[in-house]
Design a protein around this ligand. Structure first.
Ligand code: FEO
Length: 402
């Protein structure tokens, strides 16, 4: 008995789910867990595509053993050397001494760095090389910076299956449902898929575009990623999401309001703007308390919405630290092509508005800050009313122009 599932007649999912890990990469919360996917092809040769995180090694080895059913393992293909996928390779090689490792030069270098010594098992491949395992033929395609430099994807030309490494992945544990068409992906998964992509691979949009371009030249019938469900239907839906995310194009016309408030006054200003926008008919508005929301969720919705309003108190004559951290994350993720609005607050030296405007204009690419701005002196009052109206009007006008 195991959690193994059949992907096709001779391909098996032998991965594991992880619901114990709190922080993916020790930084991003994963309240719904994550899966580490590994696939075993039972052709004339038996081929394992990637392994799993060390935490799931025991269950993974049991899955592999069950599918092999006494047969030997011939090849281990390493598409990505990050330890959440490669940490169990040493254990695989110990148990299957005849198994050769297929990967590229950079990946072999990383194996050495991580302390995996596979010199006598090495089958080095490069872009465009092919391999036959019997009925199945595969070709290897470099996917640098999706999401590490050594990353590659493997295309099974016999069945049209792309072993896509980190591409087309998602947070969330599979909990038995292997295929995207076995869940309501657009309702229950897309937010976590977006959060996975934007925070893990978001910085490398141009490289993802490069890979999407290569993928468009081959007849792909299925994506087998290293996290999240396998895609065998409606691939265009998921490709379109990745195309938008990697081009930094918003998915929706809407306003994301992120506030940093110490005593509730900046929060009140953020809520006033939200009400003003909704009063005027712009109801696709989402409001976040930055102090209560992990930055990975803010990053994900920044990629989703067309317009972002930052409302920040002034703190030690600077931007409130979590707001600064959010902006810094956007910068490091190469975030671009958005329209921003500003609400600032301060009791004796209001600085946050100017500082946020400067940061956006100098550090983020192709981002515009609206001239209309709300300046609160300690607490919003009736003197701010024209500013709220003007900022809401400017946001709506900008949304309508897009
Ligand atoms: Fe899921 Fe880049 O490793």
């Amino acid at each position: 008995m195991s959690s193994v599932r059949k992907v096709t007649e001779d391909l098996y999912w032998v991965g594991v789910n992880d619901k114990r890990l709190h922080l993916f990469e020790n930084i991003h919360p994963i309240p719904d867990g994550v899966s580490y996917n590994s696939y075993l092809l039972m052709d004339k040769k038996r081929v394992l595509f990637d392994t799993v995180d060390w935490s799931g090694c025991r269950e993974f080895l049991k899955n592999v053993e069950e599918v092999l059913d006494g047969k030997d393992l011939d090849y281990l293909v390493i598409n990505h050397m990050e330890p959440d996928h490669a940490a169990s390779m040493e254990e695989v090689l110990l148990r299957y001494p005849n198994c050769k490792v297929i990967s590229n030069e950079r990946a072999f270098m990383l194996m050495h760095q991580f302390g995996f010594h596979v010199e006598d098992r090495r089958e080095e491949v490069k872009e465009g090389d092919t391999f036959s395992f019997g009925k199945h033929k595969v070709t290897f395609v470099a996917a640098p910076m999706v999401h590490w430099p050594e990353a590659m994807v493997t295309f099974d030309t016999t069945d049209g299956i792309l072993f896509s490494a980190d591409a087309f992945g998602s947070f969330k544990s599979l909990d038995g449902k292997l295929f995207a068409d076995e869940v309501n992906f657009d309702r229950d998964w897309i937010d976590e898929a977006r959060r996975y992509f934007t925070n893990i691979v978001g910085k490398y949009g141009p490289f993802v575009q490069f890979l999407l371009g290569k993928a468009a030249t081959v007849p792909i019938k299925m994506f087998c990623p290293l996290h999240g469900p396998v895609w065998r239907t409606d691939l265009g839906y998921y490709i379109d999401k990745h195309d938008k995310w990697s081009k930094y194009i918003p998915e929706e016309k809407g306003v994301m309001i992120v506030y940093a408030s110490m005593y509730g006054n900046t929060e009140a200003a953020a809520q006033t703007l939200a009400s003003t926008l909704c009063d005027k008919g712009m109801t696709n508005v989402k409001v976040y308390d930055i102090s209560k929301t992990h930055v990975s969720y803010l990053v994900a919705d920044a990629f989703k919405y067309s317009h972002i309003v930052l409302a920040s108190v002034t703190y030690n004559l600077e931007i409130y630290p979590p707001m600064y951290e959010f902006l810094h994350h956007l910068k490091t993720l190469n975030f671009q092509k958005r329209v921003f609005g500003i609400i600032e607050n301060g009791s004796w030296a209001i600085k946050s508005g100017t500082l946020m405007r400067d940061y956006i204009e100098t550090e983020l690419k192709e981002c515009l800050v609206l001239n209309a701005q709300v300046s609160v002196n300690s607490a919003p009052d009736e003197t701010n009313e024209p500013e709220f109206q003007s900022l809401a009007d400017s946001l709506i006008e900008s949304i309508q122009k897009q």
